[in-house]
Write a protein that binds this ligand. Structure first.
Ligand SMILES: C[S@@+](CC[C@H](N)C(=O)[O-])C[C@H]1O[C@@H](n2cnc3c(N)ncnc32)[C@H](O)[C@@H]1O
Length: 299
């Protein structure tokens, strides 16, 4: 199933550009209409049921069953060698937990195979008085087939190696591309505030930093493969996917955020076009394999 076929089923999107479809739709209703096994990578962060401006908290069991439903649909539309990266934080359960990691209570409702939990450690956040200041969220890396999945380690190696010239038996020990970035990622959060606002900040209160999304897309997909974010918010997943030549589909329930995401993607593509035109003054024309790979039928 290509992006054009998705359009035939779901109709005109809120925003589109080459390789990108953004729908102002409830992701559950939208995904139910899509065919089986065509998405290579889903990367998303759902509402955490904690009363953010984009959600109305539900009773816990209702929230968990809702998660189970959209996760089941992601499973159904994921290709047999595909992956699902799920970013989750914490929620409170009165009388039981001040902040329980959501993966604990969702564990038995996810049909995917869990490869790994990655800890995203960031520098900014609330200051705890009767507890340690929270500075992490989790990314759960799921795949459909435990033996067949993409992991492009060389594309995400960390070049910041402490002893790059260290030798073993006379040979340089360290991979020249850098080290494995490990399962703890120290990457800054998108922050707000007059003096400490991140450059990439939009009005969305829970925006993914592009650096985090980029690492996941590079590691778990290849150019031309379809990326999906069913809770796309400000459009971070779309920007990273487009930059890395992956076609992308996004769903977002709130029109205000669709507007933010659409403008952000449009501005990004315009800037990319300008940079490309400027680059042409100095660099050779791209080879055919570097030109459009979008709408390629999956094999
Ligand atoms: C945690 S935020 C995601 C932010 C996003 N990762 C970003 O980089 O901006 C969750 C988003 O899901 C949207 N949302 C909530 N319920 C939805 C649904 N049923 N279908 C689609 N989007 C939904 C919310 O409006 C919110 O923007």
């Amino acid at each position: 199933m290509s992006l054009n076929q998705v359009k035939k089923i779901l109709g005109e999107p809120y925003y589109q550009s080459e390789g990108c479809l953004l729908y102002n739709l409830d992701c559950l209703q939208a995904m139910q209409r899509l065919q089986n096994e065509f998405v290579n990578l889903t990367l998303t962060s759902p509402p955490y049921n904690i009363g953010k401006e984009y959600e109305t908290p539900k009773p816990l069991e209702e929230f968990l069953s809702w998660c189970e439903k959209w996760i089941a649909d992601i499973y159904r539309i994921t290709r047999s060698n595909g992956a699902f990266w799920l970013n989750l934080g914490y929620l409170s359960i009165p009388g039981r937990a001040k902040a329980i990691p959501i993966p604990y209570i969702l564990w038995d409702r996810v049909p995917f195979y869990l490869v790994q939990e990655v800890v995203w450690n960031y520098g900014a956040g609330i200051a705890g008085k009767r507890f340690f200041s929270p500075r992490n969220e989790k990314f759960l890396w799921y795949v459909k087939d435990e033996n067949e999945y993409t992991f492009n380690l060389d594309d995400v190696r960390d070049p910041d190696v402490k002893y790059p010239n260290q030798k073993k038996n006379g040979k340089i020990k360290v991979n020249p591309l850098g080290k494995n970035p490990t399962d703890v990622w120290q990457l800054p959060k998108v922050t707000s505030g007059r003096n400490r606002s991140s450059k990439e900040r939009t009005p969305h209160p829970a925006q993914f930093p592009i650096a985090v999304v980029e690492r996941i897309i590079r590691a778990s997909s290849n150019p031309g493969e379809i990326v999906l974010d069913p809770f796309i918010g400000s459009g971070s997943t779309a920007i990273a996917a487009l930059d890395l030549q992956r076609p992308v589909i996004g769903f977002e329930l709130k029109e205000d955020y669709c507007r933010v995401a659409a403008k952000r993607i449009k501005d990004f593509l315009e800037l990319k076009q300008i940079r490309k035109a400027q680059g042409r003054l100095f660099v050779q024309e791209p080879t055919p394999s570097q030109t459009s790979i979008y709408d390629k039928e999956g094999s």
